[in-house]
Design a protein around this ligand. Structure first.
Ligand code: FES
Ligand code: FES
Length: 161
């Protein structure tokens, strides 16, 4: 056991835990941030996607020690004004909802890097985020819709962090 310190959604946190424990475990069990989901635990589905220093990252395969001194953003820390949220509602994206926080975090990282992606770029960026309910077309429509809104400053939620 040792203390691992990092920024979580703009706040400093310190966790006493095995530093080899996956970040996802620390988020859900130690910090009770349950918006980030456990799917496969093997880096294959994207349900556990968070941002680490603004980059979409699988938290199930990243050891806790990997975020020491870094900035982590979960779905709870994403700017509530982010146009993705309104677009998700407008396009009625979720079905069961289980994959959706990972989808939104992957989409937010894409728009921070490329505010005006085309459909193929959206498809490519989110290709590793699986949805057993098959909401892919609605996800893509929502991301493209959010990009069209265009009033969001890329990386704003990371700057708050
Ligand atoms: S739970 Fe992390 S990629 Fe599936
Ligand atoms: S909405 Fe059910 S897994 Fe994606």
């Amino acid at each position: 056991m040792s203390s691992v310190e990092f920024q979580l959604n703009g706040q400093p946190v310190a966790i006493e835990a095995d530093p080899s424990m996956p970040l996802l475990w620390a988020l859900r069990e130690n910090l009770r941030m349950t918006g980030t989901k456990f799917g496969c635990g093997m880096g294959l589905c994207g349900a556990c996607t968070v941002h680490v220093d603004g980059v979409a990252t699988r938290s199930c395969t990243l050891p806790l020690q990997g975020v020491a001194g870094r900035s982590v953003t979960t779905i709870e820390g994403l700017d509530p004004e982010h146009p993705l949220f309104a677009a998700w509602v407008e396009h009625k994206v979720p079905q069961c909802g289980y994959c959706q926080s990972g989808q939104v975090m992957a989409a937010a990282a894409l728009l921070a890097e490329n505010p005006s992606p085309d459909r193929q770029q959206v498809r490519n960026a989110l290709s590793g985020n699986l949805c057993r309910c098959g909401t892919y077309n609605r996800i893509q429509n929502a991301v493209l819709g959010a990009a069209e809104v265009g009033h969001w400053e890329p990386g704003a939620e990371e700057e708050q962090a």
